[in-house]
Design a protein around this ligand. Structure first.
Ligand code: HAM
Length: 420
């Protein structure tokens, strides 16, 4: 142990568990890559105004959870709390939307930062894989994203997740609903902070977890009853398309989401084995965000799935991912001369695309074989002075236990053949 520890609310990814994280990132991004999404990477920090305007001045993310800093040059920056605003900013800056090929479909993977109260499944540094489809209003695009996330989770072997779906209306119908809701909420018996929230972001009050608040909300006006015809038709089409794809979802009219940019379709993936931090992913349509950050009208939709919580969900379900062994061949030299020769063989194997590792540090046979076992390698190569004198190495199949002498020059070809 050193004098230092990972900062509060963060943790390190170390082997062997780290391999699961890589596999999860891979599994979430694979269906996106196969569906026309291109990879995008943006900086870990942005101008603080981007998130204030994009995510929303009234959200917890912006008011309480953002890591902000002033640089020595006086710039106001924030560690990114989410990816959507950054990705849209980058797409606009690179004029991707002007290439005449809408929607611009992008995927990303990275670290995000929120100064939250740490608990199981809630960290100050976490990791997401996300997707954004920019510049097109088409219910099939919303459906595509929901179907691809479902496909990713299923490919990982997750079963106990549910998809919650809602429509938040658009700039025509939501303001009417907002006002009706505010009128209703102002008459309730609520604390000061919640009263303030009524004026800034009344929809978030519906999300209040406290029982005494929920009890008063039973007769609150329902957004569903206020959706305009266009929003209703759009939502019905999204529902029909995902139903036709065999994806099961639940209508959840209380689903509000914690970011202000959403319009129309919103959804969340929740896992029932995770306790209070049950949202493994979420997303929705954000038709007005581009204009909010100074861009043209670009209706868009996207999601982000939390890698940390997805790993916790796999663990909760007891799903063991089928992780391929990283090392196929492990070389164990006995003596100085063997060391030089086998190190050369390992280099040659690696150049031939065979994953190989080596017993470094001049350990004895017993310790080295233990490492060979731990590496998961299918084959070991052992060579001592006598083998070298005969121009051969001992090739051992770790599964069957069979061992045979193979001429040195033939080792790469022999292993390539055996490993297929
Ligand atoms: P979000 O719901 O804030 O949405 O985050 C998405 C996912 O990131 C969550 O469902 C959760 O799995 C994970 N996550 C969020 N905060 C934490 C945390 N403190 N610790 C661990 N995991 C966390 C967004 O970020 C939107 N940008 C999604 C989106 C993309 N909407 C449209 N496009």
């Amino acid at each position: 142990m050193s004098t230092f520890q990972a900062p509060k609310g963060t943790y390190d990814l170390t082997p062997p568990r780290s391999a699961t994280f890589l596999a999860v990132r891979e599994a979430i991004s694979a269906p996106l890559r196969d569906s026309g999404y291109g990879y995008i990477e943006t900086p870990g920090f942005e101008n603080v105004e981007l998130f204030a305007r994009g995510v929303g001045e009234s959200t917890d993310i912006v008011t309480k959870e953002m890591y902000t800093l002033t640089t020595k040059g006086g710039d106001q920056l924030a560690l990114r709390p989410e990816g959507t605003a950054s990705v849209l900013r980058a797409a606009l800056e690179a004029n991707l939307h002007k290439a005449g090929n809408l929607p611009v479909k992008l995927w990303y993977s990275g670290s995000y930062y929120r100064y939250e109260r740490p608990q199981a499944g809630r960290y100050r540094h976490f990791s997401q894989v996300g997707a954004e489809a920019i510049g097109t209003e088409d219910p099939a695009l919303d459906a595509e994203l929901i179907i691809l996330a479902d496909q990713a989770y299923r490919a990982l072997g997750l079963r106990q997740f549910r998809i919650l779906l809602n429509s938040l209306g658009d700039k025509e119908c939501r303001p009417v609903y907002r006002e009706a809701l505010q009128t209703f909420l102002r008459d309730l018996d609520l604390d000061e902070e919640t009263r303030r929230r009524i004026e800034i972001n009344p929809l978030r009050v519906l999300d209040d977890k406290r029982a005494d608040v929920q009890k008063q909300l039973t007769d609150a006006p329902k957004l569903r009853d206020y959706l305009c015809d266009a929003c209703k038709a759009y939502h019905e089409e999204v529902r029909a398309l995902i139903t036709a794809a065999g994806v099961v979802f639940e209508d959840d009219e209380k689903l509000v989401r914690g970011l202000d940019y959403y319009t129309r379709t919103t959804f969340e993936f929740v896992h029932d084995g995770l306790g209070s931090q049950s949202a493994v992913g979420g997303g929705g349509r954000y038709d007005g965000l581009s204009e909010m950050i100074g861009g043209p009208e670009l209706p868009s939709v996207g999601w982000a799935l939390g890698v940390d919580r997805t790993v916790l969900a796999l663990e909760a379900e007891g799903v063991e991912l089928d992780l391929p062994a990283t090392t196929s061949v492990y070389a164990v030299p006995l003596g100085e001369e063997a060391r030089r020769v086998l190190f050369g063989v390992v280099t040659e194997l690696r150049r031939a695309g065979i994953a190989a590792d080596f017993a470094f540090g001049g350990r004895g046979l017993k310790g080295a074989m233990k490492s060979a076992n731990r590496s998961g390698a299918r084959y070991t190569l052992v060579a001592g002075e006598r083998d070298l004198a005969e121009g051969a190495v001992q090739l051992k199949d770790m599964e069957s236990g069979e061992q045979s002498a193979v001429p040195l020059a033939e080792v790469p070809a022999e292993l390539a053949k055996r490993l297929g």
